[in-house]
Design a protein around this ligand. Structure first.
Ligand code: 13P
Length: 283
């Protein structure tokens, strides 16, 4: 069922839980994520990458996700992730996205604020806006081996800027950089809980933790207590799917080019991952 992303996250936080958000490059993964959410009886967020939304096929995927979300038995929100191009934002919302991460975190501070303000003016009051303060290192769509180009340096949100940034952008959720990175961590992730705590006392809007892949469950379970109501996963989800496909591909080719059977394994892999993340973040 359709839901406002901010309401979904706020309601979860009131129960001491956070809502996982999963990047969906395709419909098979989205079906698995929504299936896992229905199994758990919990709401979930489907993320669409900006490179996906920048293509005609990607906009059709968003429309299909809209149909999937509307027909689900649990609340499902669709968010355009990490967008900085106004055309992509407007197209994604027109196609059915409920929410946009207007991401100016790589820009100078004032330009970051201007990007979020412009997104609000463009998209109107009904679209839920997340903003990001403090750039996250790493590539959102590709993860490199920890032994090669794994991400070692993480950005850090300047907590002194938080109140001003939230007030001037009007953002409804705030993505923070506290030692988290996109992709694979080069070393054991060292989350700066002290910085997160400092941010949490400076704003009442829900915080968002990107780059959750590779962060141990024992750390992630602490998130909701620091007002982190949304936790984003991509790398671990797709690594699991790709490993399963690699393992299953030869047998399914030999079994009469059995694509249908292979898609079943794809679904199971993504469903299992989403189910365990939902369980981990639920109190
Ligand atoms: P990971 O790929 O590190 O899980 O990050 C996902 C993410 O933050 C999507 O916005």
């Amino acid at each position: 069922m359709r839901t406002r992303l901010d309401h979904l996250v706020t309601t979860a936080l009131q129960q001491g839980s956070a809502v996982p958000a999963f990047t969906c490059y395709d419909f098979t993964t989205a079906l698995a994520v929504v299936g896992a959410a229905e199994d758990a009886g919990r709401g979930v967020i489907l993320l669409v990458a900006p490179k996906t939304a920048a293509t005609p096929n990607g906009l059709r995927l968003i429309a299909a996700l809209r149909g999937l979300a509307d027909a689900a038995c649990v609340p499902v929100a669709i968010q355009l992730d990490h967008a900085s191009d106004p055309d992509v934002m407007a197209d994604a919302v027109a196609a059915g996205a409920d929410s946009v991460l207007a991401d100016g975190s790589s820009l100078p501070y004032e330009d970051n604020i201007a990007l979020v303000v412009a997104a609000r003016a463009l998209l109107g009051a009904d679209v839920v806006l997340e903003a990001e303060l403090g750039g996250l290192a790493g590539d959102e769509d590709r993860a490199f081996g920890a032994d090669s180009a794994g991400v070692a340096v993480a950005g850090l949100t300047d907590s002194a800027q938080v109140e001003d940034f939230v007030a001037r952008t009007g953002a409804q959720l705030l993505a923070v950089a506290v030692g988290n990175v996109h992709g694979k961590y080069k070393r054991e992730p060292q989350l700066r809980w002290d910085v997160l705590q400092d941010i949490a006392v400076r704003t009442h809007i829900p915080l968002v933790l990107h780059g959750a892949s590779g962060i141990p469950a024992g750390e992630l379970v602490k998130a909701a207590a620091m007002n982190v109501g949304k936790v984003n996963f991509n790398t671990e989800l797709r690594t699991g799917v790709l490993s399963t496909l690699q393992e299953q591909l030869p047998g399914h080719r030999a079994d009469g080019e059995n694509l249908q059977g292979l898609l079943g394994h794809w679904n199971s892999s993504a469903r299992e991952f989403a189910g365990s993340a939902l369980g981990m973040l639920t109190r």
